[in-house]
Design a protein around this ligand. Structure first.
Ligand SMILES: [Zn+2]
Length: 298
């Protein structure tokens, strides 16, 4: 009995000692990590250019403001990698802001709006080939209503939930909320994207956002198991009054179409109204990125 107690005491002591050592090691490791963060980002801030693509198609007759070729996207990736840029997802940026996890020295984010099937067909294989991250913002209604019945056509099909889940499982593709069904701008008298209507009460506006954006969050969770972290304003149409509701709903970042480089700090506020640069067809990667403020290494 006594021996057994002694043994237990010895065992307990050993356990406590191990825990204490582990705690010291963890604390030391944690402190070193924190030190590494501040060493890497001396200003506690990092410049983040975000690029905005939509469709990717091979046929040149479709190329324009919202459609680029697979070659253009591939050339952009090669340009960025050659010049030391590393792609990040929304979760990487949120982790930097909230948990001080380091970002690459030269981060860049590649986003795709509207959830076209051609993103799966052309962008996803290139993302895998070059091991780059991409962020896609689909419209839930398009997927629910059109994706299954008009599947697999590069020109007009939308992503299915299954394709989204498959891309997500690669760890290279993140999906954000582009509304469930607010992506229209040409109906007479209707709102533009998620913008507040003139004279609309705050109560009705807040309820509309909660219903529509909330439905997309639910569909994403139900169909892919993941809940988007960010809201991408359709057409970049923004109302100040939306900010409070979106924060309340748990969105940690929002994206606009304002062309500016973002300064990411450790304040959560910097993640709202992120700017993006539209990538049209036409300019070479070198001249396009020069305009964005990303220059080739000398
Ligand atoms: Zn859109």
């Amino acid at each position: 009995m006594f021996v057994s107690f002694r043994l237990k005491r010895t065992y307990l002591f050993a356990l406590c000692a191990a825990a204490a050592i582990a705690a010291v090691v963890w604390t030391f490791g944690h402190t070193s990590k924190t030190a590494a963060v501040s060493a890497k980002n001396t200003q506690d801030s990092v410049r983040l250019p975000i690029i905005m693509y939509h469709s990717i198609l091979k046929d040149p007759k479709y190329h324009g403001k919202y459609v680029v070729s697979p070659q253009t996207f591939e050339s952009d990736i090669c340009f960025l990698q050659k010049n030391g840029y590393e792609t990040v997802g929304v979760s990487d940026v949120v982790d930097y802001v909230k948990y001080l996890k380091p970002l690459p020295a030269k981060p860049v984010m590649l986003t795709f709006d509207d959830g076209y099937y051609n993103n799966y067909l052309y962008a996803y294989p290139l993302a895998k080939k070059y091991n780059v991250k991409i962020v896609i913002a689909p419209v839930g209604y398009y997927t629910d209503v059109y994706a299954e019945k008009d599947a697999d056509h590069p020109n007009y099909s939308y992503l299915t939930w299954g394709e989204m889940a498959e891309m997500m499982s690669s760890g290279l593709v993140e999906f954000e909320n582009h509304s469930y069904n607010l992506h229209y701008s040409n109906k007479k008298g209707s709102r533009l994207g998620a913008k507040r209507l003139p004279g609309e009460s705050r109560y009705l506006y807040d309820s509309m956002l909660k219903n529509d954006l909330g439905k997309m969050q639910e569909r994403m969770k139900e169909k892919t198991g993941c809940v988007p972290l960010a809201f991408v304003y359709p057409f970049g149409a923004f109302s100040n009054e939306s900010v409070h509701v979106l924060r309340q709903m748990g969105f940690q970042a929002t994206f606009l179409c304002t062309e500016k480089i973002n300064l990411i700090t450790h304040s959560k506020d910097c993640l709202y109204s992120l700017g993006r640069f539209l990538r049209p067809s036409g300019p070479s990667s070198t001249s396009y990125f020069k305009k964005v403020g990303i220059c080739a290494k000398p």
